[in-house]
Every structure is written in structure tokens, then in C-alpha cells.
Design a protein around this ligand. Structure first.
Ligand SMILES: Cc1cc2nc3c(=O)[nH]c(=O)nc-3n(C[C@H](O)[C@H](O)[C@H](O)COP(=O)(O)O)c2cc1C
Length: 363
């Protein structure tokens, strides 16, 4: 019997299988509002058989977007545009999840296919925020701007925005909430010693660097229903000497568990230009890190990174390395990946097919 296609119950929610769509920025939102593109992209993956459909990094404030095309949840127009999308995902038997995010000092960037460079104010950019005023790339080659070093009132503003966005996420129909603490964006930039050199209670020891994340998590967990799953995406390693290690992240996961987090989504890298990872070299090792954090913290884990084959995904679940596999690029390539994986594994494809497909192409 396939473990990949076995259901998973987390709190009050049951996923039909262990296959999730990883959060993927689409850069197609207008003023943070979802468009027909999002319905097509996300809807096709629910039709394709995924158990969990995670929506891209969704900014809690306008300046928390990575690019002008990023999704947001800071107003009701955004909520209303998401409602039909989450309803459609659910109607196809999948669980809609959202990744709440703040881009920090890596925000205000151009769309990737227009170069991804940071936008100046005259190009439609905005001021960015960070634990310190050090730019992402301070050697001047890419001309990243210096962020504002966040003061206590800036920290309160961001934490309150996460709380407000979580309430809106619930109203929009999401059933799983993930906080983005990876890839060098705001919360990860507080956690990483490569970026955070503050000398107040938000800097220094791991516990102090984790303060921004832990306070935010505690406040969001208080408004996100206890019966709904709460996940955290961590950069499990900074890949750089002196940066965050897997052991550091296991400790962070233990703290998060006490606050009511259910799952760790194990990514890596992105804190500095030297800190590879995210979608580049070495990310296949993230699967082992998902196993380590699962073992070391007792939390469920999600593995992500170069998972492309059905047998590979089956092995990750069957070996107990992770509870869910997340796929990003493989799902862009083939939204029907779960259906095809079922066929490869000898699982009844109709299990993940809508009735029309069952009838005409299910055999
Ligand atoms: C187009 C694209 C957009 C992405 N956007 C996000 C995002 O919004 N949030 C995030 O945490 N990771 C993002 N990622 C990273 C993926 O979630 C995933 O961790 C990474 O691509 C590795 O998985 P893969 O090898 O299956 O592609 C993105 C990746 C791609 C390819």
C-alpha cells in the first residue's frame, strides 16, 4: 500500500494524500489582489490530485511584498478575490494553504523576468526594513538599498500585520497557515546571525534572534483556530560558516512546538548572496534536514527540494523522513503530477481524479 497516497490528519484537517504544492510566487497579482491566473494555476493543481495546495508568499503589508506582482492580505479586496479560489481548491478535494510573509530587506524588487534587481522609488519601489540597516548585497554590485533598522514600533507594526493577515486568511477560506521564515526574508533575517547583528533583546543569542519569530508566532497562533494546522518554513541551514545550522533550527522548532506549531517546512539558504539554497545547489539535502527536525523536535515535517519522481516521494514518506512532500518546479511542469505518480505506483488513479476524468481517462 502506498504511503504517499495515504491520508494524513492534522488537527481537524485531513489531506487525501501526502503530496503538496510548494508555495510559488506567481508575480501576477495586481495591488496584491489575486487574478484569473491564480485560479488557473492553483485550481489546476487541485484538479491534478494534490492533497495540499499552498499559495505563494503572501505579504502582510504592501512593503512586505518581494515584487509589485506579489500577493497580499492587507485588505478586504484581497480576501474577496481569494474566496472563489480557496472554494474551488476545496471542491476538488484538496486543502488550501497560505504562506504569510514579509520580504524585509529583499523587498522592492523587479519581476524576475525583468531582472529581479531592486527597484528605486522612481521605478515604483519602496523603502525596505531589516534587523539592521545593512543592505542584502553591500558590496555595491547590485545596488541593493539599505533597509531601515527596525525599532520596537516597527516590530509591533509587522507583528500586528501578521495577526491581521492571519484573520483575513481564515476569512478567505484557507485551512492551513504557514509563516515564511526562510530565504532571507524578514523573519529569517532576524534569525540569522549573518544578518542580525543587533545588540538589543532582538539580537545576540539564538533565543534573542528568534524573539521576533517566536513573538509573531505566538500572536498569530492565538487568532488561527487551534483545530487548523500551523506550519513554519525555515531555512534549515544558511550554508555559510557562522550562519544558522540544522542544530540551531531544531532548537527553534522545539520552541515553536511549545507555541502550537504543527509542521516544519524544511527549505534552506537565501540570507546573503553567498548563502546558496532556496532553489539552487544542494537543496536535495533538505530532505535529510526534514528527517532531522522531525526526529529532533517531534514536529511533523514537510520535505522540499528536487523531489520529482513518484518512487522518490514514496520513499521519503515510507522511510519516515517527512510527513508531506512539497513539489514546486515539478508541479509547474505537470499540474497532474499526483495523478501520474498514482499510476506509476500502481495506485488507483481515480482516487485523485474528478468524476469527469474518472469516467473518460481513468482506465
Ligand atoms: C517560481 C517559484 C516561486 C517560488 N516562490 C516561493 C515562495 O513564494 N515562497 C517560498 O517559500 N518559496 C518559494 N519558492 C521555492 C519553492 O517553494 C521550493 O522550495 C523550491 O523551488 C525547491 O523545490 P523544487 O525543487 O520542487 O522546485 C519558489 C520557487 C519557484 C520555482
Amino acid at each position: 500500500m502506498s504511503q504517499l497516497f495515504s491520508p494524513l490528519t492534522i488537527k481537524d484537517i485531513t489531506l487525501r494524500n501526502r503530496i503538496g504544492v510548494a508555495p510559488m510566487c506567481q508575480y501576477q497579482a495586481v495591488d496584491g489582489v489575486a487574478q484569473a491566473w491564480h485560479m488557473a494555476q492553483l485550481g489546476s493543481k487541485a484538479v491534478g490530485g494534490a492533497g495540499l495546495v499552498m499559495v505563494e508568499a503572501t505579504a502582510v503589508l504592501p512593503e512586505g511584498r518581494i515584487t509589485p506582482g506579489c500577493m497580499g492580505l492587507w485588505n478586504e479586496t484581497q480576501v474577496n478575490a481569494l474566496k472563489p479560489i480557496t472554494a474551488f481548491i476545496k471542491s476538488q478535494g484538496a486543502v488550501p494553504g497560505v504562506q504569510l510573509a514579509h520580504s524585509g530587506r529583499k523587498g522592492s524588487s523587479a519581476l524576475p523576468w525583468l531582472g529581479g534587481q531592486q527597484l528605486t522609488d522612481t521605478d515604483g519601489g519602496w523603502n525596505t526594513y531589516g534587523p539592521t540597516d545593512k543592505a542584502f548585497d553591500d558590496d555595491g554590485t547590485r545596488l541593493w538599498k539599505a533597509p531601515k533598522q527596525m525599532q520596537k514600533d516597527d516590530i509591533d507594526t509587522v507583528q500586528n500585520a501578521f495577526v491581521a493577515a492571519a484573520k483575513r486568511a481564515l476569512e478567505a477560506g484557507y485551512e492551513l497557515l504557514e509563516i515564511h521564515c526562510a530565504h532571507g526574508y524578514l523573519l529569517h533575517s532576524f534569525l540569522s546571525p549573518l544578518v542580525n547583528t543587533r545588540t538589543d533583546s532582538y539580537g545576540g543569542s539564538l533565543k534573542n534572534r528568534a524573539r521576533m519569530l517566536l513573538e509573531t508566532t505566538e500572536k498569530v497562533r492565538a487568532v488561527w483556530p487551534q483545530g487548523l494546522p500551523f506550519a513554519m518554513r525555515l531555512s534549515m541551514t544558511d550554508w555559510v560558516e557562522g550562519g544558522l545550522t540544522v542544530e540551531d533550527n531544531i532548537q527553534v522548532a522545539r520552541w515553536l512546538k511549545v507555541l502550537g506549531v504543527d509542521l516544519v517546512d524544511c527549505s534552506s539558504g537565501g540570507a546573503t548572496p553567498a548563502s546558496r539554497g532556496s532553489i539552487n545547489g544542494g537543496i536535495a539535502q533538505q530532505v535529510g534536514m526534514a528527517a532531522d527536525v522531525r526526529q529532533g523536535s517531534g514536529l511533523m515535517s514537510m520535505a522540499v527540494g528536487e523531489i520529482t519522481q513518484a518512487q522518490q516521494a514514496e520513499g521519503i514518506i515510507a522511510d519516515g523522513q517527512a510527513d508531506i512532500v512539497l513539489l514546486a518546479r515539478a508541479m509547474l511542469h505537470d499540474p497532474y503530477w499526483p495523478t501520474h505518480a498514482a499510476k506509476d505506483l500502481g495506485v488507483e488513479m481515480t482516487q485523485v481524479m474528478p468524476p469527469l476524468h474518472q469516467l473518460f481517462i481513468g482506465r
